[in-house]
Design a protein around this ligand. Structure first.
Ligand SMILES: *Cc1c(COP(=O)(O)O)cnc(C)c1O
Length: 222
């Protein structure tokens, strides 16, 4: 099966899930996660019409996306991986949406770069719903205060929340928690759901799902 066929399957699944859970048609955006794949692997997915992509490393994205953007209009690139403040300049220049705001230092560094580059990007706050020590994200208890300070003090355009549930737990309760925290903070967008659980995420109100291996195939990190 080609990546274009797998893309079509994922889009059909999302559409079926929207119907199943009473979500409006087209209310869930697919972010095709192309990390570790080369420009030549991405082109067939672009040719099939997909325009929204996710990458988790600034450096890697800088290597492949400027060329792809030259060949193809309307690309929207989302940063879904952790960010260091010394990469803020490149991140703002390379990406259109940032999903991984989780520290005041990053929030401030990004805002300063957005002002400098006159590119005010929509941002998500990443929430560590499972409170896993090794995982990025703000703890659920600190999220309200952090969101407020990002908006009111730092001046970022926070549009929603993002989470990556613990691998060994049922994702539903994590998605429900993210949905609850977003609602009480007046945030509309929820970035949640990956290849293994995007169907469930649509049921809990995901507005974008981040799907990699179900489209591009198994990732080889070597
Ligand atoms: C890699 C990655 C994904 C995609 O994962 P798959 O299981 O391949 O769909 C989604 N979100 C984040 C943050 C990722 O790093």
């Amino acid at each position: 099966m080609s990546s274009a066929d797998r893309l079509a399957d994922v889009l059909a699944d999302i559409s079926a899930a929207e119907t199943e859970f009473g979500r409006s048609p087209g209310s869930v955006q697919l972010i095709a996660v192309s990390k570790t794949f080369e420009a030549d692997d991405i082109r067939p997915v672009l040719d099939a019409g997909q325009r929204v992509f996710g990458e988790n490393r600034v450096q890697e994205a800088m290597g492949k996306w400027p060329g792809l953007r030259e060949d193809c209009e309307g690309i929207e690139l989302h940063l879904i991986g952790p960010l260091q403040s010394n990469k803020a300049k490149e991140a703002v220049a390379t990406f259109d949406v940032i999903h991984t705001i989780d520290r005041a230092k990053i929030a401030k560094a990004l805002k300063a770069e957005m002002d400098r580059q006159e590119r005010q990007l929509p941002c998500f706050v990443q929430v560590n719903t499972g409170e896993e020590p090794q995982k990025a994200g703000v703890s659920p208890a600190e999220t309200d205060a952090f969101v407020k300070s990002c908006i009111e003090e730092t001046g970022l355009n926070i549009v929603g929340l993002m989470c990556i549930p613990p691998v060994e737990e049922a994702p539903g309760e994590h998605f429900a928690l993210l949905q609850k925290i977003a609602a009480r903070n007046g945030l509309d967008q929820l970035s949640m759901g990956m290849s293994s659980d995007y169907h469930t995420a649509v049921g809990f109100g995901a507005t974008c799902v981040r799907v990699g291996s179900s489209i591009f195939g198994h990732r080889d990190y070597t």
